[in-house]
Design a protein around this ligand. Structure first.
Ligand SMILES: C[S@@+](CC[C@H](N)C(=O)[O-])C[C@H]1O[C@@H](n2cnc3c(N)ncnc32)[C@H](O)[C@@H]1O
Length: 305
């Protein structure tokens, strides 16, 4: 974990007492230039998210909400606190991450999965003696992307002698709790084509629940794109990582893509949202322009540089 930088030291490492009274009605203090830099650097170092590009207000608001909850009055005190309390770091991440998502968000990617990637991979893997295709939604938010991958794969692979396993991972524990709950509003599920909605979801009051047939093939875990120890140990055949890289600067984007590349089986595919990795050379990946969208394919069997 990162060493405590100057901001914490400057404030004598003071931490609030356990059970501190939340600060309701207190006016939010300004973030000094020094505090901005120190907080931005901590968050970027730990999880890649950059707030320097006109998004400082999101950081400022998230920090203050957490400080009010914890009864901490200064950004420096809170900084010292966060270095010592991992569970409160998770709670801060829930406020700093943008978890916007939807079912079949970028439909061309799901058509590509269904029509091109899986039909190419399945016979290859069967020839190699593998009976399972592993699909990963990296940065799955509240689960819609992982469920959409599972539905697309289930539709495609019906009758194949190949098992499908889908993993959904995210940094945000709150988003993952929603994913595991597997219940969505009518509005959220309206994005699923009607026939698939009837087949894979069941209405329960005002919500719709993902049916067991799909739930059985999807699992959710917390992970951080910048902590290799949190990655799945199993090499993945297809990784969707969409609308995640956009929150990172170029250096962290390249690092995240390289980490994901190492987790791809040879010949496996990385599917970012359109343009997210454009122009970024990533060793071990080749760009393929397919009918519906552009994907990246793992070319080598050795880890990417
Ligand atoms: C805007 S959502 C995108 C969700 C989904 N992939 C989609 O395209 O609809 C971005 C997600 O990336 C996650 N995220 C951001 N930084 C991350 C990191 N370093 N490691 C893992 N997940 C991260 C956030 O928590 C958030 O849920």
């Amino acid at each position: 974990m990162a060493a405590a930088p100057n901001l914490a030291n400057a404030l004598n490492g003071a931490t609030p007492l356990d059970g501190a009274t939340p600060l309701h009605g207190t006016i939010r203090p300004e973030l000094s230039k020094f505090e901005q830099e120190t907080w931005c650097s901590l968050v970027e170092r730990r999880c890649g998210i950059s707030f320097s590009n006109g998004r400082l207000h999101v950081l400022h608001a998230g920090l203050w909400e957490e400080m009010q909850r914890l009864g901490i009055a200064s950004f420096g005190e809170y900084y010292a606190h966060i270095l010592r309390h991992a569970s409160d770091w998770n709670s801060l991440l829930d406020r700093l991450t943008n978890n916007e998502t939807s079912f079949f968000r970028h439909m061309p990617s799901f058509l590509t999965l269904s029509e091109e990637l899986l039909p190419l991979l399945a016979p290859e893997r069967l020839r190699q003696g593998a009976k399972r295709l592993s699909l990963w939604s990296a940065g799955c938010s509240s689960g819609e992307e992982a469920w959409s991958m599972a539905i697309a794969a289930k539709e495609t692979a019906a009758g194949w002698h190949c098992e499908i396993a889908v993993l959904g991972c995210d940094l945000s524990t709150r988003a993952l709790a929603a994913a595991r709950r597997a219940r969505y509003s009518q509005r959220a599920v309206a994005a699923i084509p009607e026939q698939l909605r009837r087949q894979y979801l069941i209405q329960d009051g005002a919500e719709c629940e993902i049916r067991a047939g799909i739930r059985n093939i999807v699992r959710f875990d917390q992970f951080n794109l910048f902590e290799r120890s949190t990655y799945p140990t199993q090499l993945q055949d297809v990784i969707f990582c969409q609308n995640v890289f956009i929150y990172f600067g170029d250096k962290m984007r390249a690092r995240a893509a390289s980490n994901l590349t190492e987790c791809l089986a040879p010949g496996g595919f990385l599917v970012p949202a359109p343009g997210e990795l454009a122009g970024l050379p990533i060793p071990g990946l080749e760009v393929l322009r397919l009918q519906h969208t552009t994907v990246l394919r793992r070319t080598t069997s050795t880890p990417a540089a």
